[in-house]
Design a protein around this ligand. Structure first.
Ligand SMILES: Nc1ncnc2c1ncn2[C@@H]1O[C@H](COP(=O)(O)OP(=O)(O)OP(=O)(O)O)[C@@H](O)[C@H]1O
Length: 470
């Protein structure tokens, strides 16, 4: 029914404009059109409660939209979808607590979703080969988190389940998740291990509802032997996804599958996290990663330098390690700049050179001040003779696209925003676009002196605002 599909998407768009994104997502996307004729429109909802709410709140709007679109008045009837068994009803989207215990039990102990016998579904995650246990430098700040992660990787679901790792930005949480993934991949070839950021889980969930593919979504997650979920703090304020995550969690836990979660804060500090999820997270082990001490920072620098075939004098390591204290990504950033400068100019790294190249990191007390993302966008736009609107826009012209990628890289370095959050600052771009931009700028800086200098100057401008006028 292509005509109906067109009509339906027009109605969907208009409804969205009329009631706003949130109400559209909550109310509209799980409705299916049953009949659309000149005389009658019949729509189906997933549950009686959803039907009642739509009738009381939105029937008039829907009626008006259909009448306008069809060009004459038409009655709109709402019915409950036959055989609706999904727990992802509209009720669940709005009132997470409405499920009876019976519904939950059925979800927990009912028939497992059939495993798709499609091999593709089981090959979904590739792990970053650089993030292994061997490459992880252990110190007092992360010893326990490392040991717990290794134990989980060695014997999934036998030691700590779930394992919950929390800690500030750039302290190795994602590294540990990938290390578990890499280890399980290598040592248990028959186990299905999947990594997902909470943001991706959320997007896939919304997409599955929109496309009526929720059973596939559920099956995809429920067939995991080890599920690694990054940045679980994104569940905050998202009741519907908390509900779905709760079911996935319970299913896997009940089936004795391993779950590992990370967050930038402890479960207690995640506001609006449902009590039952918070208590589920506490059933296993909660551990944290702290900023590394001086000795660990030096060891990390030494290791990273060696891994990239770069020789660093102890005095240079000390200089960086004493000045960058609370984020390992920043330590790596300093090393990247130094190695790029040295290889582009063909000069060895001496203490003097390090002091010169990293002067902003070393001398400025502004360093620890987290920059405002909007300031990064404005300063970068001005620097490249463009405007913030253009920088945030869709232009793929090379200078603009590159300026945008540089701004993303700088935002990752100078703020504590995650990839998805940076994507949002750039007009709702996907987090994979940001990851790609950051990696690209890191690489280009190694081969292009021009890019290196642009990034270097921007860092200096942003870290010392007094220079922005001049
Ligand atoms: N102990 C460590 N040894 C070696 N490298 C480390 C260690 N801890 C962190 N790193 C490196 O620091 C960088 C940042 O770590 P990672 O991305 O895992 O941080 P994170 O805690 O997940 O932070 P965010 O929440 O901001 O993403 C990575 O390149 C990682 O390899």
């Amino acid at each position: 029914m292509p005509e109906h599909e067109d009509l339906w998407s027009t109605i969907s768009e208009r409804f969205r404009e009329h009631v706003g994104e949130a109400a559209w997502k909550t109310w509209f996307i799980s409705i299916t059109p049953v009949t659309i004729t000149a005389d009658e429109v019949v729509l189906a909802t997933p549950s009686p409660l959803a039907k009642e709410r739509l009738e009381t709140k939105y029937r008039e709007v829907l009626g008006a939209l259909f009448s306008q679109t069809l060009g004459h008045p038409v009655p709109v009837r709402i019915q409950v979808r036959a055989n609706e068994r999904s727990s992802l009803s509209i009720d669940a989207l709005t009132t997470p607590g409405v499920h009876s215990q019976g519904a939950l039990e059925a979800d927990l102990f009912g028939q497992p979703p059939s495993r798709p016998n499609n091999a593709k579904a089981r090959l979904s995650t590739t792990f970053d080969a650089r993030y292994t246990f061997e490459a992880f430098v252990i110190g007092s700040s992360n010893r326990f988190a490392h040991a717990a992660s290794l134990a989980v990787a060695e014997t999934p679901a036998a030691s700590y389940n779930p394992l919950f790792i929390h800690g500030g930005a750039g302290l190795g949480k994602t590294h540990l998740l990938h290390a578990i993934g890499n280890y399980v991949r290598q040592n248990y070839r028959d186990k299905y291990v999947k990594y997902v950021s909470t943001e991706t889980f959320l997007n896939e969930f919304v997409d599955a509802i929109q496309r009526n593919k929720t059973s596939e979504f559920k099956a995809r997650y429920r067939e995991c032997d080890v599920l690694l979920v990054d940045d679980i703090q994104f569940l905050q304020n998202k009741e519907a996804i908390q509900e779905e995550f709760f079911h996935t969690f319970n299913y896997l836990y009940g089936a004795q599958k391993q779950i590992v979660l990370t967050s930038d804060r402890s479960p207690k500090a995640i506001a609006t996290l449902e009590g039952r999820l918070r208590s589920r997270f506490a059933m296993g082990l909660i551990t944290d990663v702290q900023p590394p001490d001086l000795e660990t920072r030096s060891a990390i620098l030494q290791r990273k330098a060696e891994d990239s075939g770069f020789i660093l004098d102890a005095s240079v390591i000390e200089l960086i390690a004493t000045n960058i204290t609370d984020n390992i990504r920043e330590l790596e950033g300093a090393l990247t700049r130094l190695s790029a400068y040295s290889s582009l100019n063909g000069v060895p790294v001496t203490l003097d050179l390090a002091q010169m190249v990293l002067s902003d990191l070393i001398t400025s007390s502004q360093r620890l001040q987290v920059r405002d993302p909007r300031e990064i966008i404005t300063v970068t736009a001005t620097f490249f003779n463009t405007t913030p609107t253009e920088l945030l826009g869709q232009s793929r012209k090379r200078p603009i696209a590159m300026a945008r990628q540089i701004a993303m890289y700088i935002m990752r370095e100078l703020t504590e925003l995650s990839y998805p959050e940076i994507g949002r600052e750039f007009g709702g771009r996907d987090h994979t676009t940001v990851i790609h931009a950051v990696q690209k700028v890191q690489n280009v800086m190694q081969s292009s002196i021009e890019t290196f200098e642009q990034v270097d100057q921007l860092f200096k401008l942003l870290r010392d605002p007094s220079k922005q006028g001049g």
